[in-house]
Ligand binder design. Structure first.
Ligand code: FAD
Length: 322
C-alpha cells in the first residue's frame, strides 16, 4: 500500500533525532510568496544530524517509492494549491560555516552548510573582514538554493565564487556525500548542473579575499537598502518572475512596464506597480492566480513583441492536470 494513504501515525518514516516532522504541513508557511498547499510529509532536521538523517530518509523514500523535494528558503517557489505529494526535506536547520585561511595569504575559503541564509552569511563574513559574498546582500534564501539556482545579483553569479559543493545523490548507489568541483561550463546564467537531478546539496565552498570590515559593512548596508528602496519586500513575492535575456535588448521588467502591464491582476496576484518583473501576493493570492498571471504575461509579451519570456520562478508540487 502506498504509505501516503496511511494515517500519519502508521507511517514508519524515520524521525529526525532532533527537529520537526509534520504531516499535511501548509507550504504557504515556508514560501516567500506565502502560498502553497500541504506537503504530505514535511521534515526539518536540526543541527548535526542533517546529512546522516537525510541519507536514512532517502533510503526509506526509495524503498517506499515516495518522492523527496528539497526545500531551501522557499524564495523562488510557487507551490501548487494542492501541495506537494511525498516528502519535503527542509534544509533550514542545517546551518553554519567555517573559514579556512592560510596565515600569510590574503585569500581564504569558507565551507558552508546548505541551509544557511545567504544574507546572514554575507553579513557575518563581512564582520570578520572576509569579502566575496557581498553581492548577495539582502537576497532571500539559502546557500543550497542559491547554488542550485546559480543565483545572480549585480552582474555576478554564485558560480563565480564557488569552489566546490558537497552533494548526496538521491539516485546514487550509496547516499554517501560526494564532492563536486565547480568546473567551467557546468554553470551558466541561472543554470547549475544540479537542475533536473535528484540531489541534495549539503555544503558549498566559496572563495574569499581579505577586506576591510568597515567598508564591507557599508557595502552590505547600501545593497540591502537598495533592495528595500526598490520595493522588493513591500509584498510577498519570489523576486523576479522572468529571466532577463540579453537578446531582448532590455531588462524583462522594462519590457513589461513599457507594454503597460504593471498592475495587471489575476485573483489575488498582481504585477507590482513599482516593478514590472515582480508578481506580488496582494493578500489572498492562490498559486493558481500566480501561475495564471505568469502565463498571461508570457502571452501578452509574445503577442506584442514576439518575445518568449522564460520564468525564473519554479512551479512545483501537485498541479493536477493543469
Ligand atoms: C525579494 C526577493 C528578491 C530576490 N532577488 C534575487 C536576486 O537578486 N537574484 C536571484 O538570483 N534571485 C533572487 N530571488 C530569488 C531567490 O532568492 C533565489 O532564487 C534563491 O537563490 C532561492 O533560494 P532558496 O533557498 O529560497 O531556494 P528554494 O526557493 O527553496 O528552492 C529553489 C530550488 O532549489 C532547490 N534547492 C534548495 N535548496 C537545495 C539544496 N540544499 N539541495 C538541493 N536543491 C536545493 C529546490 O529544490 C528548488 O528546486 C529573490 C527573491 C525574493 C523573494
Amino acid at each position: 500500500m502506498n504509505i501516503l494513504r496511511k494515517n500519519p501515525e502508521e507511517i514508519n518514516i524515520p524521525r529526525p533525532p532532533s527537529g520537526v516532522i509534520r504531516f499535511g504541513e501548509p507550504m504557504a508557511l515556508h514560501t516567500t510568496f506565502k502560498t502553497g498547499g500541504p506537503a504530505d510529509i514535511w521534515v526539518r532536521p536540526e543541527g548535526d544530524c542533517f546529512p546522516g538523517y537525510a541519507a536514512e530518509l532517502f533510503g526509506f523514500a526509495r524503498r517506499e517509492g515516495v518522492p523527496v523535494f528539497v526545500l531551501g528558503g522557499g524564495a523562488n517557489l510557487v507551490v501548487a494549491d494542492r501541495g506537494i505529494r511525498g516528502i519535503v526535506l527542509d534544509s533550514g536547520g542545517w546551518t553554519g560555516w567555517e573559514v579556512k585561511a592560510g596565515r600569510e595569504t590574503p585569500e581564504a575559503a569558507v565551507r558552508v552548510r546548505s541551509g544557511t541564509a545567504v544574507d546572514a552569511l554575507a553579513g557575518a563574513l563581512a564582520e570578520q573582514g572576509w569579502s566575496g559574498l557581498e553581492f548577495l546582500a539582502g537576497m532571500p534564501g539559502s546557500v543550497g538554493g542559491a547554488v542550485w539556482m546559480n543565483a545572480r545579483c549585480r552582474e555576478q553569479s554564485i558560480s563565480d565564487i564557488l569552489i566546490e559543493t558537497e552533494i548526496i545523490d538521491m539516485d546514487g548507489v550509496s547516499f554517501d556525500p560526494l564532492r563536486v568541483p565547480c568546473k567551467d561550463g557546468d554553470f551558466s546564467y541561472k543554470r547549475s548542473p544540479f537542475q533536473g537531478r535528484n540531489v541534495l546539496i549539503t555544503e558549498a565552498r566559496f572563495a574569499l579575499k581579505k577586506g576591510d570590515p568597515e567598508e564591507l559593512r557599508r557595502t552590505l548596508a547600501a545593497l540591502r537598502l537598495d533592495r528595500k528602496a526598490n520595493g522588493q519586500f513591500r509584498a510577498p513575492s519570489a523576486g523576479s518572475v522572468f529571466k532577463n535575456n540579453r537578446a531582448f535588448g532590455k531588462p524583462t521588467g522594462m519590457i513589461i512596464d513599457e507594454l503597460g502591464l504593471k498592475g495587471l491582476s489575476s485573483g489575488g496576484a498582481s504585477v507590482a506597480s513599482w516593478h514590472g518583473n515582480f508578481i506580488i501576493n496582494t493578500g489572498h493570492a492562490s498559486a493558481a492566480d500566480i501561475r495564471a498571471l505568469t502565463e498571461t504575461l508570457i502571452g501578452k509579451v509574445h503577442a506584442a513583441l514576439g518575445l518568449t519570456l522564460e520564468p525564473e520562478i519554479l512551479f512545483v508540487g501537485d498541479w493536477g492536470e493543469s
